[in-house]
Design a binder for this molecule. Structure first.
Ligand SMILES: NC(=O)c1ccc[n+]([C@@H]2O[C@H](COP(=O)([O-])OP(=O)(O)OC[C@H]3O[C@@H](n4cnc5c(N)ncnc54)[C@H](O)[C@@H]3O)[C@@H](O)[C@H]2O)c1
Length: 458
């Protein structure tokens, strides 16, 4: 059993909240406090209406909250009391100055380092949970070890590999836990302290220890490889549409090759989420800063294909709806970047909605969990859009439905009823390839999947 008694996590977001809830639920002997500067978010974590939607999260939070899991805005006290501090703040793409649009914005990160320095009165282990550029730990160490009180801070990298929508399953039964630290006696001891926490419920053989830089770089690389698979199959989806091949058949045929594997080969309107784009762009920026321009170009093309796939989806809509959507009601089914989350950051639906608004379409957005976020994402343009929780009402009077998120509920709608309420000819553009295309065609829809021949009456 570990000697750790107090853990603090700075940042109560999609990563900090679920990760700490799982640690607290599995380790009743450890007191876990999660702090955030966002008071509303902390209030929500302390309520029955958690700030993020994640299947199974409520149960895990209920097990530990008030027992050994606490949510608070008192960062200062949290730092003082902690043996181990996980830092799980946001590291978005920089929007200003040098590296704008590429580099990671490390201002929130650096602020936490300075807070830790200001309020610590004894030695601590500081754990990088956020996704960071390789060698960030060096900067963290420099800041922390500038203290004059003789305190020692050991920095460890423990990147998070959970995926939203399956976060609880991923945390409970992870493929691996990665812990990077210095190859020194202190570094190894710090790494072991973190490994001991996870070993409470994760088999030891799945806990990988590495050097600090490998751990930092592995997280960026994992996201780049995952996104690359999606862009690869999406690039082939365009070729399938041009040649009457079927992208699902191609994906199945190549995915059964054990060297390739079946996952992340689903063609779609494009990947979204807060991580893939930002992490690849960050990798691109790092490569350029080391003069590795060919490497940077290679990874940048993964993002370029994704942007192109989103634009291509809208082009398909326009071309098949008689080259105009002006004044036409178009229902977007789903806005979250994927099913089982309310998160809309970088969702393909944002780009599609914006392009349709620019074409003067009357856009109606429906989603079971993401309407508030959708409203926020569209900013000024939200006033031009209708938000409707009920998909039947959203489709009522529409010329077209465009499926943006693979929510299972969209598979089980009564599409005869939907069709009867729509303008004719009625179109379905299935940006996730989740609907029964043949059946929709038979009842009268014109159906446009991704990477397959369209089924049309007009
Ligand atoms: N979302 C994912 O699926 C995922 C998965 C793996 C890794 N990550 C990485 O984890 C990190 C966090 O991602 P997220 O999705 O949880 O972000 P998030 O924006 O949901 O949460 C970050 C939280 O940190 C808080 N914060 C910022 N500065 C703070 C400070 N000084 N003190 C206290 N709180 C502060 C913010 O208010 C916010 O609530 C990022 O680096 C991300 O790349 C995310």
């Amino acid at each position: 059993m570990t000697q750790t008694s107090h853990i603090l996590c700075i940042g109560a977001g999609y990563v900090g909240g679920p990760t700490m809830a799982m640690i607290a639920a599995k380790c009743p002997h450890i007191r876990v406090t999660v702090v955030d500067i966002n008071e509303a978010r902390i209030a929500a974590w302390n309520s029955d209406d958690l700030p993020i939607y994640e299947p199974g999260l409520d149960t895990v939070v209920k097990i530990a909250r008030g027992r050994n899991l606490f949510f608070s805005t008192d960062t200062e006290a949290g730092i003082r009391d902690a043996d181990i501090i996980f830092v799980s703040v946001n590291t978005p793409t920089k929007t200003f100055g040098q590296g704008a649009g590429r580099a990671a914005d490390l201002q929130y990160w650096e602020k936490t380092a300075r807070q830790i320095l200001a309020h610590s009165t004894r030695n601590k282990i500081v754990v990088e949970k956020s996704t960071l550029p390789v060698r960030t730990a060096q900067a963290m160490e420099r800041i922390l070890n500038s203290n004059t009180a003789g305190l020692r801070f050991d920095v460890v990298s423990n990147p998070e590999f959970l995926a939203e929508g399956t976060a609880i399953k991923d945390l409970e039964d992870p493929d691996r836990i990665l812990i990077g630290g210095h190859e020194t006696p202190d570094g190894r001891a710090a790494r072991k302290a973190i490994a001991d926490i996870y070993a409470t419920w994760v088999p030891r053989e799945r806990i990988i220890e590495s050097n600090l830089w490998s751990a930092e770089l592995s997280k960026l690389t994992a996201n780049a490889f995952l996104a690359q698979r999606i862009s690869s199959i999406n690039s082939i989806s365009a070729l399938c549409e041009a040649t009457e091949a079927d992208v699902d058949e191609v994906a199945y045929a190549i995915g059964t090759d054990s060297r390739i594997g079946a996952r992340f080969l689903k063609a779609s309107v494009g990947f979204g989420g807060s991580c893939f784009k930002k992490d690849i762009l960050n990798l691109v920026y790092i490569c350029r800063s080391y003069g590795l321009n060919e490497v940077a170009d290679y990874w940048e093309s993964v993002v370029a294909i994704n942007d192109w796939q989103q634009a291509r989806f809208v082009q398909t809509m326009l071309a098949n709806m008689f080259n105009t959507v002006a004044g036409k009601r178009i229902a977007l089914f789903g806005f979250a970047f994927k099913a089982d989350t309310g998160d809309t950051r970088e969702s393909a639906a944002i780009a599609v909605a914006r392009q349709l608004i620019a074409e003067r379409a009357h856009v109606v957005i429906t989603d079971p969990k993401a309407l508030d976020n959708a409203r926020h994402d569209l900013g000024d343009q939200a006033a031009l859009v209708e938000f409707e929780p009920d998909p039947y009402r959203a489709a009522h009077g529409a010329h077209a439905i465009a499926v943006m998120t693979e929510w299972s509920l969209y598979r089980s709608l009564d599409y005869a009823r939907v069709l009867a309420s729509m303008e004719q000819p009625a179109f379905v553009f299935d940006g996730r390839n989740v609907l029964d295309h043949r059946r929709l065609f038979e009842i009268g829809f014109n159906v446009f999947p991704v990477g397959k021949s369209p089924l049309r009456h007009v």
